[in-house]
Design a protein around this ligand. Structure first.
Ligand SMILES: Nc1ncnc2c1ncn2[C@@H]1O[C@H](COP(=O)(O)OP(=O)(O)O)[C@@H](O)[C@H]1O
Ligand SMILES: [Mg+2]
Length: 296
């Protein structure tokens, strides 16, 4: 498998503490890779390593399948922590300054500003911008030079709900056009609606890489049925599907296999003459899934 971003045993120490500890991550072209972990987990440090803003003590980074990191990094746009903007200049002037690194026609700059919803800010200076507007401008700057990868560090931190939705829509739109994303967050909400893959980090360590689909399956509900006869209920369900994982006690049966449609369980039991008093989903919540792995 060829990855657009891959690290092997990447390690970065500050003093005697590893901010990034032996991390091997794998990101495919087109992924929206959500890097999730508590504050201090090492997310920003990992992103800085990928971007060449700080250097590793150990390990390897491969970008676009190769080891020419400087060349590859020209195809990566980024927004790390708060965007470093010129406060006394307007949006267009900021874009002009940053486009020195990636020469861009004015027309294209106007298009980028329109894309992030800043086309009508005219002479307004960045110091009069709201947090959300600065964040949008930061993203417009990151988009200069048509990057194939965007690395965004907690891009919606501190934004209001409509600002969050706008950034999310931008991410999805750019991803449709082929941009690969690495987005960090300490909040599941920030990533849950966009990420296709997750890297869960805790204390500098990559705990797990998992796709959004795999998480869905793992978190799918199990079902508890309260009946007049747990024994009979279990027998009826086994006759229906002999591969079901289930347990019962005197009155209840617990089904821990995936069930597409829980109403089927009710009809199987009723048809077998079992009375059903209650049918309840006992899901492992998405939130719980992450909290457990992120370290409580
Ligand atoms: N420049 C630095 N000097 C010393 N320690 C640092 C520096 N940058 C980060 N750290 C430490 O590395 C760990 C990971 O930090 P960071 O990557 O910022 O985590 P996150 O972005 O997940 O909140 C933390 O313990 C932090 O205090
Ligand atoms: Mg951080």
């Amino acid at each position: 498998m060829e990855y657009i971003i891959e690290t092997r045993a990447l390690t970065k120490r500050y003093g005697n503490k590893s901010a990034v500890d032996d991390m091997s991550i794998h990101i495919k072209r087109g992924d929206i890779y959500g890097l999730i972990g508590k504050n201090g987990a090492g997310k920003t440090t990992l992103m800085k390593l990928l971007l060449g803003l700080t250097f590793a003590d150990r390990g390897e980074i491969r970008l676009f399948g190769g080891s020419d990191l400087d060349g590859a990094r020209r195809k990566i746009g980024s927004l790390i922590e708060a965007p470093a903007l010129y406060r006394n200049e307007n949006a267009f002037e900021n874009m002009k300054r940053f486009s020195i690194l990636a020469p861009t026609p004015d027309e294209e700059i106007h298009k980028l500003l329109a894309f992030v919803g800043l086309e009508n800010t005219g002479r307004k200076r960045v110091r009069e911008f709201s947090l959300g507007m600065r964040q949008r401008l930061g993203i417009a700057v990151a988009l200069l030079g048509n990057p194939e990868i965007l690395v965004l560090d907690e891009p919606i931190n501190g934004l209001d709900p409509s600002g969050i939705k706008d950034i999310r829509d931008m991410i999805l739109e750019l991803n449709k056009r082929g941009v690969t994303f690495v987005i960090s967050s300490h909040l599941l909400d920030e990533l849950g609606k966009v990420a296709t893959n997750y890297g869960i980090v805790s204390n500098g360590v990559l705990i797990e890489e998992i796709t959004a689909g795999e998480i869905d399956r793992k978190c799918k509900t199990s079902v508890k049925a309260v009946t007049n006869n747990g024994e009979e209920a279990a027998r009826a369900l086994r006759r229906w599907r002999n591969d079901l994982r289930l347990e019962n006690d005197e009155k209840s049966v617990f089904i821990s296999s995936e069930i597409e449609d829980t109403s089927e369980i009710a009809s199987v039991l009723v048809n077998a003459g079992v009375r059903v008093y209650e049918l309840r989903n006992e899901s492992v919540g998405l939130e719980d899934f992450f909290i457990e792995r992120m370290g409580g």
